[in-house]
Design a protein around this ligand. Structure first.
Ligand SMILES: [Zn+2]
Length: 509
């Protein structure tokens, strides 16, 4: 699956380049630049991308999503500073090449960690007495998150670099103030980005190279690049499924990449500390089947469910495309879920909210803007917790539950917890994390959920209704639940039902 991730980058650039064909009627044509694949393959014709289409494609093909961990995507200002440093260097071609080469290695290393994590899950699943929450505080998990956030950062960088290089190249058509030297450097940078990404992928093996070039040409020809990218990614992931041995060897090589290893290791303690703090907050209510309460310390995380009870939860929506898909899948499986939505999205999509409500799903609050709550003052907390609840009420529902963005509510005595409790809301976290925000492959997202389910045996599963892979993976899971429900193995519940049942004398049956 290494190349799966890489392909998304490659295909994103291909999509960026292909935009010119769609936009040529609107914008003046730019001179073509011929880029040769390093290994001597056929030359690829590439064109600098028109400004508007570049930013549109960047957001649809390689979305820069908020990072869920403590690490974050660099700001525009810091990206611009780095860009200027590279573009003004003596050897812009070489420097860019090194830069992108590093990104490719980060992709490989990241995948190696993901494989490690999944292998660890396998081990846990085979054990009978695994402590609840062990997965969440595990070192591997911290390193995984740290590698992934590193990859998000780097992806943001190359996307930004590519976009800026194209902007400068494009400016020559309209702006004589942009120096010839700067334009040439921008074109050189474009070529270097393309060459390096393609050659990195080529170096994997001959078949991969052929597939990649084929896909690249197809994607360039097509106007519907989003679908092409998805299909290409799917095919590539199938390809790697069939070539696991080769992948294992490549992964082993990536493991030896000491420089990247060190960078990942350096970040892990900070992330581990954040995870540990989160785990600390869960401890009082894990295992002991204590019913969640309404007080400041009340928190529901799924550990208190009886064996076989599962709550599907979706965060960060509503999303105009993906939420309706999730709703349709739930309907097809006659299943109810819980949506933790962002108020600023809720206010924009009243019809989706109505639809979900009419279908009987639990609608809950996930703050106003997805802010990191423990860092906010009283005004910020009022906005994120109280005013967001008001928006929900205005849109037809009074939430009973609140999920802190990033799972970060602060300590048991925090002002965040107090505000949530003051409104009569109950905090809800999760004990099965699909990690769907980062892993773009639905099959592996699904498998990761299943492995964690095998360890946890009951609980709250976290998905996000804002990514295509989340919709596909949760759909597969719904099919399992539907089949398991008939056999009496599983029972799906909304957080509403779970809470009410846990607070009755009988509990859940
Ligand atoms: Zn969220």
């Amino acid at each position: 699956m290494n190349r799966f991730h890489l392909l998304v980058v490659v295909a994103s650039f291909a999509a960026l380049a292909s935009c010119t064909t769609n936009q040529s009627a609107l914008l003046p044509p730019l001179p073509e630049v011929e880029a040769h694949v390093i290994s001597g393959g056929a030359p690829i014709r590439m064109q600098p991308v028109a400004l508007e289409s570049a930013s549109t494609a960047a957001s649809s093909a390689a979305p820069l999503e908020p990072v869920r961990s403590v690490a974050s995507i660099p700001s525009e200002a810091s990206l611009e500073k780095e860009f200027q440093a590279v573009i003004s260097s003596e050897d812009v071609d070489k420097e860019t090449r090194q830069y992108i080469d590093r990104v490719a290695r980060i992709f490989y290393r990241t995948q190696a960690l993901l494989n490690d994590y999944d292998a660890k899950l396998d081990d846990y699943a085979k054990q009978t007495n695994v402590a609840d929450g062990a997965l969440q505080t595990d070192d591997t998990y911290a390193r995984l998150i740290s590698a992934w956030s590193l990859r998000e950062e780097t992806t943001a960088k190359i996307t930004y670099f590519y976009k800026r290089a194209n902007e400068i190249a494009h400016a020559r058509m309209n702006d004589s103030k942009v120096s010839k030297d700067l334009q040439n450097r921008a074109l050189l940078m474009n070529r270097a980005i393309r060459n390096t990404v393609v050659s990195s992928a080529n170096s994997t093996n001959r078949l991969a190279k052929q597939n990649l070039l084929k896909e690249l040409i197809e994607v360039q020809k097509s106007g519907a690049f989003s679908n092409q990218i998805l299909n290409g990614a799917r095919e590539t992931s199938d390809f790697y499924e069939r070539n696991k041995l080769q992948l294992a060897r490549e992964t082993e090589n990536a493991r030896k990449d000491e420089e990247i290893n060190q960078e990942i290791e350096a970040r892990a303690p900070e992330i581990k500390a954040a995870l540990a703090e989160q785990y600390e907050k869960r401890t009082p209510q894990s295992v002991g089947a204590i019913a969640p309460g309404l007080g400041r310390s009340g928190m529901m995380n799924g550990f208190e469910f009886k064996t076989g009870r599962w709550a599907l939860t979706f965060d960060d929506g509503p999303h105009s495309t993906y939420t309706p898909q999730a709703l349709a899948n739930l309907k097809a499986n006659d299943m109810k879920a819980t949506f933790f939505w962002i108020a600023q999205n809720v206010s924009k999509m009243p019809s989706i909210v109505k639809q979900a409500q009419a279908a009987g799903h639990t609608l809950a609050n996930h703050s106003y803007t997805h802010a990191n709550l423990p860092k906010l003052g009283p005004g910020g907390l009022r906005h994120e917790i109280i005013e967001s609840t008001t928006v929900d009420v205005q849109n037809g529902y009074r939430p009973r539950f609140f999920r802190c963005p990033y799972g970060a509510c602060g300590s048991q005595t925090s002002a965040v917890r107090q505000k949530i409790a003051d409104l009569g809301l109950v905090s809800v976290t999760w004990n099965v994390d699909s990690l769907d925000w980062q892993d773009k492959n639905p099959q592996s997202v699904y498998e990761r959920v299943k492995k964690q389910m095998a360890v946890q045996k009951r609980g709250i599963i976290l998905f996000h209704d804002i990514h295509p892979q989340s919709i596909a993976a949760s759909k597969m899971l719904m099919a399992d639940f539907a089949a398991g429900q008939k056999k009496g193995i599983y029972r799906t519940v909304t957080i509403d039902q779970a809470f009410d049942e846990l607070n009755t004398a009988e509990g859940m049956k």
